[in-house]
Design a protein around this ligand. Structure first.
Ligand code: ZN
Length: 245
């Protein structure tokens, strides 16, 4: 079986559609998991929530989803993110608000943990960027694999039984999964990549072949930027999409 793992769509419908097209038809034994932040920043929150309702087996709660529901205080967000929390609330349909409320904080499937930010204290919305951040979470991780999003930067860290760490940031990669190691894998962002590569990112975990692949997919950035201009959204948020920051 294969897991298709998407994160940080951020209301970017063009990017989400390009990723779903890259995935293609999935078999009944495969599963699509969304790691949260379906909304925030982009112009199509309703459409992205509806597509994930249709396609994802599980959707995890992200900090932007949580803030739109009024559960995380947007005062902790940068001014552009906070503005988009209020904008998203103003356009969200009642049915889609209910969909956001159904998102899970974390999900364990066998040996795999799915969570938006970190395995420990997921509602603190901390980031895993460095080896020491990864070590802090890997040393107590009970599962073999943990898939995360949140930073919008694809990376992986693996820890062996003696506590030795390998890995780091990479724009795209294929990992052979070793049963002896424990892993944290950031699948990157569908709708707002921040690793200076503007292409969408997502991951495929092939359970039988024991591989994890993070892929990059081009999408029509100008189309979403046009919509954002028409909706009078902040130019900073419009421009960052073409720079991948
Ligand atoms: Zn995000």
């Amino acid at each position: 079986m294969r897991y298709f793992i998407l994160s940080d769509i951020h209301s970017n419908l063009e990017a989400l559609e390009a990723v779903l097209e890259d995935i293609g038809k999935i078999s009944p034994s495969d599963k699509l998991i969304c790691l949260g932040d379906v909304v925030g920043y982009g112009p199509n929150p309703n459409e992205c929530i509806e597509l994930m309702k249709e396609r994802a087996g599980v959707t995890i709660m992200g900090n932007h989803d949580h803030a739109v529901l009024g559960l995380t205080d947007p005062a902790y967000f940068n001014p552009y993110a906070a503005y988009m929390v209020f904008w998203t609330r103003s356009v969200l349909s009642p049915a889609n608000r209910e969909a956001l409320e159904s998102y899970r904080i974390s999900v364990i499937e066998g040996e795999i943990l799915f969570v938006h930010a970190t395995p420990k204290d997921p509602l603190n919305w901390e980031y895993i960027f460095s080896a020491s951040d990864a070590r802090h979470h890997l040393q107590d991780l009970k599962e073999h694999l943990c898939f995360i999003g949140h930073s919008h930067v694809p990376l992986y860290y693996a820890m062996d039984p003696r506590g030795r760490l390998t890995g780091g940031r990479k724009p795209a990669f294929t990992l052979r999964v070793d049963d002896q190691l424990r892993y944290i894998v950031n699948v990157g962002s569908v709708g707002q990549p921040r690793d200076y590569n503007p292409q969408s990112a997502y991951a495929i975990y092939d359970v039988d072949n024991k591989t994890i692949e993070v892929r990059r997919v081009p999408y029509n950035i100008q189309a979403v930027q046009r919509k954002m201009k028409e909706a009078d959204l902040p130019p900073f948020l419009i421009n960052r999409l073409s720079q991948g920051v």
